[in-house]
Design a protein around this ligand. Structure first.
Ligand SMILES: [Zn+2]
Length: 79
């Protein structure tokens, strides 16, 4: 099942975007300009390390709202 957004590592954070991905791809191409859910215009990165970057909290909340799951702050069990 697909969702109407795509994760995009950019600017040292992992953002999400509703921009369309090129046909035949599952993520944005390196250097592609993407508008993120948190309102930034970024250049996508496409390498393995980029996927280890910290998730943008605004995009995290936005995607959770789209998918319909609780916000991370409501599910975390920090001691
Ligand atoms: Zn973001």
């Amino acid at each position: 099942m697909s969702h109407p957004f795509t994760w995009v590592p950019a600017a040292n954070e992992r953002h999400a975007s509703k921009d369309p991905v090129s046909q035949g791809r599952i993520q944005y191409a390196e250097g592609q300009s993407v508008t993120t859910l948190c309102g930034q215009m970024v250049e996508a990165c496409d390498n393995e390390l980029a996927w280890l970057w910290w998730t943008c909290p605004t995009c995290d909340d936005e995607t959770r709202a789209i998918v319909g799951v609780p916000l991370r702050t409501e599910t975390s069990e920090l001691s």
